[in-house]
Design a protein around this ligand. Structure first.
Ligand code: BGC
Length: 762
């Protein structure tokens, strides 16, 4: 860990600041905690292994059984047939497989590895358990909207319970990539645009997946991916290059990965992208100097799917041999899917290009993790067909999916208190491609979930109303294409109804890997449907399905009420109905800003002011904004309405100054002036007015979710210390500089809430 750099101004602040930083939680976050236990037998085993067997322990492949889920989720790879793969296990040429087909497949393969191979080393079974196994929870981005990290811990734990029952030891999750460009399709798998939320949710998910002991047959090894800065792909194009300053990398993009490692994750996945000209997969600074040297990471690093081989097309490696050598020497211990390590590492060691000691060290890490997972004690500990069935989709797990679903729904707009709807006395027209049917429910990045076992919106709404037959359901449009006669049917349904629920947005395959979009809008066919339905003149509630923040237009933007419902998984329809009819008051907040227009991307709340910020109010010439569009969000990060009316007042600071070795407390009074109870997420933002590196217009520092009955008031309190004001100065070192800071306790990143200032004094 780099020492605290004392900047020119900070030098004035003396030892107090350094002491504050050293004692701070922020500093603690920068210290590695994950421990690798290497039992003595591991080194004895390594002593008996051939070079080929060692390389085999560093080669992970997509499961080939019956085509394997990986082969449909990923591009066609080098998968062999299943019999061939079992034979590889017998020969000790495979460390494990991923995205396979449950306990039965795992038993066949594990038997070959531990009963028929020379050294009986167990295989490890991995899978993309991203937001559930059989029971599917909201997509990760949606869960972040709950602003409740413990919810993500609980759903990760429930996913691990189901998946570890099905023979899976290791999940390729959580994704800790900060995503600030909504064109990028994989933001759906991550923690949103903000590093604080990213840190809290990455850590929570690691704790949920791994539990307290990796040997537990109800938990699994977590993998922090995609290391690093995969979410910063230029122009939001998946796999594209990343070129950024070390300050930004360290301040915005790295902290969520670091938080995941600090929470105990002992595996990491290299990202596909290059960083400043060097692919992450061959980036020694990243994989070795930073990850192991500075952060003290003790686990193993796996490449992403054929990520090593892809360095040839990227123009970094000459051929497969070169790619294997570059990746391995950089610090990537295990290769996924290309087969290059198995093919080339033995020869590279024989020729002296790769030190034998480094090969042994990577094998040691992998075997130690297998031991920590309990696989040497009982290679079949997670492989149990009966348990797999017995744990699948239990009522308590579905109940958690429903809870997570409703806590993930963000109410963007609710004019005239249209919501919640009465359960009787109103005829409802439920219109749109996502109104009904077993499709697009579980969302992207699902290997084992099933839309047919999920509750669609029509079912959820009908179950919630007194007269189910009064709900007319009309598709109206396809996702991308109009339906013959669809608009006419939809208009007729709207005419016959008192209220329209318009279920529109993105299909599940419009986000996720390789699904970058140039226009982050509702597709044209559905926009036309929305215009026609709105023209009928009935109140419209838009229920958005989406894997990213969207730019809303026309009748969609103008609807009286708008719910951002993402992909909520198995309990989709019930969760949305809970919010629509008020059995649950919406409490979620946007983890990613909804811009006015697609062309604003990348738009994020924590942007810099520039030298020409537009003053509040009218757009002015020669100021930083697009033509006709303010440099702000339509619905900013942190925004989300409740069924209450929350008023922020009475900002109080314990002192107008914060000493370098001290802290200040701040509080505000939140009052619910509405007629319904509410859960409000109060957010603390700061802004450093003058610094040696320009600072964002706002930065989230803390938040609290509080329940307020109608008429009730509560004081929310926060504490800030100088460490919370640290930022990465030049040379990637944290600095704390005295000066004036703004602070807001507010309902979103662009709302005023209550505002004050304080001085950090040397
Ligand atoms: C993705 C990873 C995933 C892997 C295995 C890759 O294409 O980038 O996130 O874990 O495939 O399915």
């Amino acid at each position: 860990m780099a020492d605290l750099a004392i900047s020119r101004r900070a030098a004035l602040m003396g030892a107090g600041a350094a002491a504050a930083w050293l004692a701070s939680p922020a500093r603690a976050l920068l210290q590695a905690t994950g421990k690798l236990d290497v039992p003595a037998f591991v080194d004895q085993l390594i002593g008996r292994m051939t070079l080929e067997e060692k390389a085999g322990q560093l080669q992970l492949m997509a499961a080939a059984w019956g085509g394997g889920a990986a082969l449909t989720l990923n591009p066609p790879g080098n998968a062999s047939n299943f019999e061939g793969q079992v034979e590889e296990a017998r020969q000790g040429l495979l460390t494990g497989v991923f995205n396979g087909n449950g306990a039965r497949m795992a038993r066949i393969m594990q038997t070959a590895a531990v009963r028929q191979s020379r050294l009986n080393i167990p295989l490890i079974f991995a899978a993309d358990i991203i937001h559930g196994h059989r029971t599917i929870f909201p997509v990760p981005l949606a869960e972040v909207a709950s602003f409740e990290p413990d919810l993500a811990r609980r759903t990760a734990e429930a996913a691990a319970f189901e998946a570890s029952g099905a023979g899976i030891d290791w999940t390729f999750s959580p994704m800790a990539d900060v995503a600030r460009d909504q064109r990028w399709g994989r933001g759906v798998e991550g923690g949103g645009e903000d590093p604080l939320l990213g840190r809290l949710f990455a850590a929570a998910r690691v704790r949920g997946f791994q539990g307290a002991d990796l040997r537990s047959t109800e938990h699994m090894l977590a993998c922090i991916k995609h290391f690093a800065a995969y979410g910063a792909a230029e122009s939001g194009l998946d796999y594209n290059v990343v070129d950024m300053s070390e300050e930004r990398l360290r301040e915005v993009y790295l902290p969520p990965y670091k938080a995941g490692f600090d929470a105990g994750a002992l595996s990491a996945m290299a990202s596909f992208n290059e960083i400043n000209g060097v692919p992450a997969t061959a980036n020694r600074w990243l994989m070795t100097d930073l990850l192991r040297g500075e952060w003290g990471f003790k686990g193993f690093v796996v490449s992403d799917y054929t990520g090593d081989e892809e360095m040839i097309a990227a123009g970094y490696a000459k051929d497969g041999r070169d790619a294997a050598k570059l990746a391995f020497l950089a610090g990537v211990d295990m290769s996924m899917q290309s087969g290059l390590y198995r093919q080339h590492l033995p020869g590279l060691v024989r020729s002296g290009e790769v030190p034998q000691a480094q090969l042994d060290q990577s094998v040691r890490r992998v075997l130690a993790l297998k031991a920590m997972l309990g696989l040497f004690d009982d290679p079949f500990r997670r492989i149990d067909e009966k348990r797999e069935a017995a744990r699948s989709m239990l009522p308590k797990t579905r109940a958690l999916a429903r809870e997570a679903g409703r806590k993930s729904i963000v109410m963007l707009k609710n004019e005239g208190d249209l919501l919640p709807l009465p359960r009787s006395g109103k005829r409802i027209a439920l219109i749109g491609p996502f109104a009904s049917g077993a499709h697009d429910l579980v969302g992207p990045w699902v290997v084992y979930g099933d839309d047919r076992k999920a509750v669609d919106l029509a079912t959820g709404v009908r179950a919630a109303v007194a007269q189910p037959h009064s709900v007319i359901v009309v598709q109206g449009s396809g996702v991308d294409q109009p339906l013959p006669g669809g608009i006419e049917q939809a208009v007729a349904a709207a005419r016959a109804a008192d209220i329209v629920l318009l279920a529109i947005g993105e299909s599940f395959d419009m986000s996720g890997e390789a699904q970058s979009r140039t226009e982050i809008a509702v597709p044209a066919a559905q926009q036309q449907l929305a215009e026609a339905v709105a023209a009928v003149g009935k109140p419209v509630v838009v229920i958005l399905k989406h894997g990213r923040a969207l730019a809303l237009e026309g009748a969609v933007a103008d609807a009286q009420a708008i719910l951002a419902t993402w992909f909520l998984g198995t309990e989709t329809g019930n969760a949305i109905a809970d919010v629509l009819f008020g059995s649950y008051g919406p409490s979620a907040r946007l983890p990613a800003s909804f811009p006015w227009k697609s062309g604003q991307e990348p738009y994020y709340y924590a942007h810099k002011a520039t030298g020409r910020p537009n003053p509040p109010g009218e757009l002015q010439p020669y100021k930083a904004h697009f033509r006709g569009i303010p440099n702000s969000a339509c619905y900013p990060f942190g925004h989300g309405l409740t069924y209450g009316k929350i008023d922020y007042s009475g900002l109080a600071l314990s002192s107008p100054t914060m000493p370098m070795n001290g802290a200040i407390q701040m509080s505000a009074t939140l009052t619910n002036r509405g007629k319904r109870s509410a859960e409000e997420v109060a957010q603390l933002y700061i802004h450093d007015r003058v610094a040696s590196v320009t600072r964002p217009v706002r930065e989230l520092k803390a938040f609290r979710k509080i329940a307020l009955a109608p008429g009730a008031s509560q004081i929310v309190r926060f504490t800030l210390t100088p460490a919370d004001l640290a930022f990465y100065g030049r040379q990637g070192r944290p600095v704390i500089e005295p000066g004036t800071f703004d602070l807001w306790i507010a309902p979103s990143a662009e709302a005023e809430g209550v505002h004050g200032t304080f001085e950090l004094v040397a």
